[in-house]
Each structure stands twice: as structure tokens, then as C-alpha cells.
Design a protein around this ligand. Structure first.
Ligand code: CUA
Length: 181
């Protein structure tokens, strides 16, 4: 079969682009921890405030000493609005929404996730340097969308006092809870 020179150039070009795109995805997955969701944890959106996992929002520490944060999004606020967290420490965020889809974005970091009614979004982030981050909602959720913000303050590890709040053990019964990996 005779293939025209220009046809060959385009075929090799497309092949090279596909290889490049696949390599970029693979490299960011391995080196920058950019992964698709690996678990599906569900929650009854009408019962979030009574659910043992989200009854108490904010910072907690589990039996192994790991730091967790529980945040509830609703039109138009994040609960809690302010967080103080230690630098250089892996922190697992558990996020859900009461009403519509919101987006929890910690500005100037790669930590962000959609909060979807009925689901618990989870990721672990480490903040290397102390400082203050703005937290915004990055999914348009209604007339008060622009007022949905908060503050995340990162303090040096040694200046941070772990709260007495225990991470709800209920997470262990759900796939994707702290016990899962
Ligand atoms: Cu919540 Cu936009």
C-alpha cells in the first residue's frame, strides 16, 4: 500500500501527540499525585448534620495521630469557615454538601475537590509552609456563590495544638475511610 508522504507525516505527528499526552498523564499521576477518584463513600444528604461523620465539623485527630478535617458545604458557606492546621503534616480532608454541588478549593495549592450532595469527597494534602490560604467555592452554586469563602491558616508544626476532638470511628465502616489505605 502506498502512503503519501504528507499522510505519513500526519500519522507520525498524531502518534507522537498521543504518546506525549499519555506520558504527561502518567508522569503527573506518579510524581504529582494527580489521581482520579479511587473510592466512593456515600452519605444521606438530608442527614449530614446528624451523621456521626459530619456531626462535628473541623479538625480532629484519629487513634494513629493522623489529622483529619471535615467540611460541609451549603448555600452559601463552608462549615467551618476557618481552619488552623499544622505545616508539613499530611491532612485528610473529608468534604460533602447539603444542597447543591460546590467546589472546595484551597487557593495557591493543588488541593481542591467538588462537594456533591450524597457523596463524601476525600483527599490528603500537605502544606509545606506556614501562611494563610483563601478557601473559595469554585462551582457556581447560586446567587451567593461569591460569598462562599473561608480561611485556612497553616502554622508551624510546633505551634499547632492538636484538638481533643477524635475523628469519628464511623469512617472505618465506609470504604475509603482512613482505614482503607
Ligand atoms: Cu458554593 Cu459556589
Amino acid at each position: 500500500m502506498r502512503i503519501d508522504l504528507y499522510e505519513k507525516i500526519w500519522m507520525w505527528g498524531v502518534g507522537a501527540m498521543l504518546t506525549l499526552f499519555f506520558a504527561a498523564t502518567a508522569v503527573s499521576a506518579v510524581t504529582r499525585s494527580a489521581h482520579p477518584p479511587s473510592h466512593v463513600e456515600t452519605i444521606d444528604p438530608a442527614q449530614v448534620m446528624r451523621d456521626p461523620r459530619f456531626r462535628t465539623q473541623g479538625v480532629s485527630v484519629d487513634a494513629a495521630g493522623r489529622v483529619h478535617v471535615h467540611v460541609v458545604g451549603l448555600a452559601f458557606a463552608w462549615l467551618p469557615r476557618e481552619l488552623t492546621l499544622p505545616a508539613d503534616t499530611p491532612i485528610t480532608f473529608h468534604l460533602t454538601a447539603l444542597d447543591v454541588v460546590h467546589g472546595y478549593q484551597i487557593v495557591q495549592t493543588n488541593a481542591q475537590a467538588m462537594t456533591i450532595p450524597g457523596y463524601v469527597s476525600r483527599y490528603t494534602a500537605t502544606f509545606p509552609t506556614p501562611g494563610e490560604h483563601l478557601v473559595v467555592c469554585n462551582e457556581f452554586c447560586g446567587t451567593g456563590h461569591h460569598t462562599m469563602y473561608g480561611t485556612l491558616t497553616v502554622v508551624p508544626k510546633e505551634r499547632w495544638t492538636a484538638p481533643a476532638v477524635r475523628t469519628p470511628a464511623a469512617h472505618d465502616r465506609h470504604p475509603g475511610g482512613p482505614g482503607a489505605r
